[in-house]
Design a protein around this ligand. Structure first.
Ligand code: ZN
Length: 182
């Protein structure tokens, strides 16, 4: 497995619509393994093929672990998905605001509204049909990754242009807000 280069927003592949995956062959399997490896190395929760310069409709997602009230990790709460030719076939009317970052724009964060729940259809890495009902953070991650396949970045969906910060600005803002509360 090798670590792939994650491209930045100056690369046109990131802002173009990607093509459907045709054949799920051995070459694709090794690309998938490299993408999972690259996502984990970068501490990401998702990586779409265009982010490594490949204009194809495929993404890997690894949902973060969930914890119970005593802060113990819930077994199997961290799940790895490989999704090929994904389509959002249903989305909740309810939207929720949240803070997102992107491996293609390291060091920045922004506030984005996403559907609270979605249903996604597509294929897994073996070509088997996938039908996923997702909510909360999982739904957010999938919406972000599927956007990449359409050349859409989270910065295209900010709740307001000013709701975009460097990580340092965001931390300072949160600290200031907390001080105000106390
Ligand atoms: Zn991204």
């Amino acid at each position: 497995m090798k670590q792939l280069k994650i491209i930045g927003r100056d690369n046109p592949v990131l802002t173009e619509k990607a093509n459907p995956v045709g054949q799920i062959d051995r070459e694709l399997q090794s690309t998938i393994d490299d993408m999972i490896f690259t996502m984990r190395k970068a501490n990401g929760v998702g990586l779409a093929a265009p982010q490594v310069g490949l204009p194809i409709r495929m993404a890997v997602v690894e949902t973060p672990s969930e914890y119970d009230e005593e802060d113990n990790e819930i077994p199997d709460s961290r799940r790895l998905f490989v999704i090929i030719n994904p389509e959002i076939v249903w989305q909740s009317r309810k939207q929720v605001k949240g803070i997102e970052g992107c491996l293609s724009m390291p060091g920045y964060l922004g506030e984005v509204s996403r559907h609270q729940a979605i249903r996604v259809k597509g294929l897994d890495r073996r070509g088997k049909a996938l039908d996923l009902k997702l909510k909360g953070w999982d739904a957010r991650i999938f919406q972000h990754e599927i956007d990449h396949l359409d050349g859409v970045l989270y910065t295209d969906r900010l709740t307001a242009p000013e709701n975009f910060w460097t990580e340092e600005e965001f931390e300072a803002m949160r600290e200031a807000e907390q001080e105000e509360e106390n």
